[in-house]
Design a protein around this ligand. Structure first.
Ligand SMILES: [Zn+2]
Length: 295
């Protein structure tokens, strides 16, 4: 069991899922297609592919929710969980790993996410520590660029969009069903969290969404890392917003302005309805552009 330590009180909390009492959390199931479902509880959205071959999961939320997640899956399939893809290493997407591993699931991630889950981590923006997982909770298969599963009659391509939300992101494309799970490269809670100290980069995030957009059509269903089931137009609006804000921050940097002056120039203007504190977000964009590598 992982310990989640608050290092300080009064944390900046961009993600409303954090610090919830898990006892009161219920798992809500949304049918996406005949064979793919989205589960929402607390933490990152879960995708479930069901069929003859078994259950294929994308992300597994928090360990205290695992029994409820298994119960929700049992409502739609009587098969075991064979694979769990981790979209990145953050605990609100992966803390179910140890229970999933114990239950016999094969855990899969990008190379860098396994490295991060193998050691203790700090998620600086939230002032949180994430302890290393036991062996049973670590991915047994990792990839660097992309890999493809042939499972439940479906071609499932898992690809690394480059360093975007972290340096170990995976986007899952259920090609046959025309469904994407974006991990936290695309979220619906407002300005995205870019984990710059753990390899995230605003330019990578923009390019990652664009790479995913290349695979979409008007009928594509998009499961965001957090928030409601979405589509192509929602991702276009998201990437347009990010590009505009990024360009404003870059213009300030090029003009020699300080972070404080750039924050004061309100580079998120026009997007206030997103309703999230803009200072920390502008700082992560600034940090990416001034000392992130972005590739
Ligand atoms: Zn995350």
């Amino acid at each position: 069991m992982k310990r989640l330590l608050f290092l300080l009180t009064g944390i900046v909390c961009l993600n409303p899922a954090f610090a919830q009492d898990m006892d009161g959390v219920e798992i809500r199931t949304t049918k996406v297609t005949d064979s793919i479902y989205m589960l929402e509880g607390s933490g990152g959205n879960i995708a479930v592919s069901v069929g003859e071959d078994g259950v294929f999961l994308v992300d597994d939320q928090f360990a205290p929710l695992t029994d409820k997640i298994f119960a929700a899956i049992a409502e739609i399939s009587d098969r075991p969980v064979r694979f769990v893809i981790n979209t990145h290493f953050h605990y609100d997407h992966t803390d179910g790993n140890e229970r999933m591993g114990e239950a016999g699931a094969m855990i899969v991630s990008h190379d860098n996410s396994r490295i991060r889950m193998s050691g203790d981590q700090v998620i600086a923006l939230f002032k949180r520590e994430q302890d290393a997982y036991d062996e049973v909770g670590l991915p047994v298969i990792t990839f660097s660029e992309s890999m493809t599963f042939h499972f439940n009659g479906e071609e499932i391509n898992v690809f690394h969009p480059g360093s975007a939300h972290t340096d170990g992101d995976a986007i899952v494309h259920f090609k046959t069903s025309d469904v994407l799970h974006m991990g936290d490269v695309f979220v619906r809670y407002g300005f995205p969290f870019i984990d710059q100290p753990n390899g995230g980069h605003v330019d990578g995030l923009i390019r990652g969404v664009q790479r995913a957009l290349d695979r979409t059509g008007d009928a594509t269903r998009v499961i965001p890392g957090h928030g409601q089931l979405s589509g192509r137009s929602d991702m276009i609006a998201f990437v347009d917003m990010l590009t505009k804000i990024r360009d404003r921050v870059m213009a300030g940097i090029n003009a020699g302005h300080s972070l404080e002056a750039i924050v004061a120039s309100d580079p998120t203007r026009g997007f206030e309805e997103r309703g999230i504190e803009t200072g920390p977000f502008v700082k992560t964009v600034y940090d990416s552009l001034t000392h992130g590598h972005g590739h």
